[in-house]
Design a binder for this molecule. Sequence first.
Ligand SMILES: Nc1ncnc2c1ncn2[C@@H]1O[C@H](COP(=O)(O)OP(=O)(O)OP(=O)(O)O)[C@@H](O)[C@H]1O
Length: 576
Amino acid sequence: MSKLLRYLAPYKWFAILGPSFMVLEVMMDLVQPTIMQHIIDDGIAQNDDTYVIRMFALMIGAAVIGLFGGIGCSIFSSRAAINFATDLRKDLFTAITYFSAKNKDDFSIGKLITNLTSDVETVQRAVLMTMKIFVRGPLLFIGAVIIVFFTARELFGLLLIIVPILIILIVFFTTMSGKVFGAVQRTIDRVNTYMQENLAGVRVIKAFNRGEEQIQQFSSINNELAKRAIRAEHVVGVLAPLSMFVVNIGIVAALWSGAIKVEAGTLEIGVILAFINYLTIIMNGIISSSNVLIQIARALPSASRIQEVLDTKNDIVNAQYPIQAPIQGEIEFKDVSFYYHDNGEYVLDKVSFHVKQGGTLGIIGTTGSGKSTLLKLLPRLFEPTGGEILIDGQPIEQYDLLTLRHSVGFAPQKALLFSGSIASNLRFGESDATEREMALAMDIAAATEFVSRFSKGTEHHLSQGGQNLSGGQRQRLAMARAFIRKPRILVLDDTTSAVDAISERHIQKGIKQNFDGTTTIIVASKISSIRHAEQILVLEEGKVAGLGTHDELLATNEVYQEIVATQEERGGVLSE
Ligand SMILES: Nc1ncnc2c1ncn2[C@@H]1O[C@H](COP(=O)(O)OP(=O)(O)OP(=O)(O)O)[C@@H](O)[C@H]1O
């Protein structure tokens, strides 16, 4: 939490002014019972009307100044806390945006959403309450104790019993609340993860008639959240009535012992009333301090979760002196190995191949053989765990990341688009692409025809993830987004799986004509997509099972022959 407080630095004046105004309000609150005591003992008891009126005017004056203090505190504290949270949220979003793929895998999406929303809000509330109330509580408490010591010393002994009891209650409940609210926050993570996954998969849920089961599973997590939240609220909720009970006992004791003293003529009635008022102020001071402490205890787990994200080191960073020279496109994999998790299985095992600049490599293999993983190593979404990748003869990690990623036109297997216009999605690839460049990229990707059918053309609005397009249309736009960069290395991960054969041929022709000097790596599930590649790499369980031209592999490679045979059985597309 203390680390996060650096976010208050730019707003330090708001953060100082807020509590300062609160001091003003507290002073006015503290002075009121003493004025009242004087009204009773020196004004009403002595029948001095002028004195009473003067004191009433003083009371109203104090109330107005207190109001001014309260409003000032609210304005400045909320500005400080809201700006603090806005900057924090922005930095969190930035950190998450620059996470490496591995960093992202380490955090669940639900947890990151909770981070950006509920965690930031919890910390913001704690900061706000600290500025507004944390000054008020202790000041009210200390001020009232001092005033009672000087003005109602006859009853001061009672405070020595009541105050320690109240303090013990607060320490106990604050400690408890930190634990129970930590558990609530962790359950909110689970709810968010579950909701996020289910919202993304709503169509699958419907298609498989899994609605009831999913609702039941959600209910069980939701009920768990309710149980933990209720427990947490109970813990917090018991404190105020318990404190009130202790104070009420104190009031009874004050009245009883005060009455005896008034009867004996050693105490005035106004002092008892002032004492009771101050006792209530002390209780309010303690309860509001405890509310802030509880809020801080609640915010601590949130703060450390936020800090965990901010502290996460991106494991893919630029070299100290990165190569910024333009990339030509020669690629060499030398015994490249990779696993996703320590102690996990090798997904790629000593993979070696060489593609000359402007060459074409097709990759084929069984499901889960590591094809997509291999492609993800090229824009350095992941780092090899063994071996070396060379681009133009230089280790890939020596290249400036921006230069490297700008040189690689990557169309992933899952054609994810963003909400916004088609044009904005294409410009994701090249922000200052002209209309002509967009038209050419769409033409190569066989997207022109379906886009022109939309009344607004490239201004047609796509919903979240491009869900209002067909799978094949999404794939074409994702390819166009990669083409528009005019990359030196083009990486297509099974991007024509949902594209019809005629369009696929159009795309292949387009790539050949327009990306002559571009090194192209294409992962495909259909032989027809890669049969004309200069080299074809056959992957099996992460290992190279073959490397050669279509004809060479067909003649000598068993795995390739098997894939061809299976595709022919299914009415294969080899003849195309
Ligand atoms: N983010 C990840 N974390 C952990 N394991 C992963 C991750 N992504 C993929 N894997 C595992 O790595 C292996 C290779 O996956 P990859 O996606 O590279 O295969 P693929 O050959 O592209 O498969 P497909 O043809 O089905 O697309 C699989 O066993 C998969 O379960």
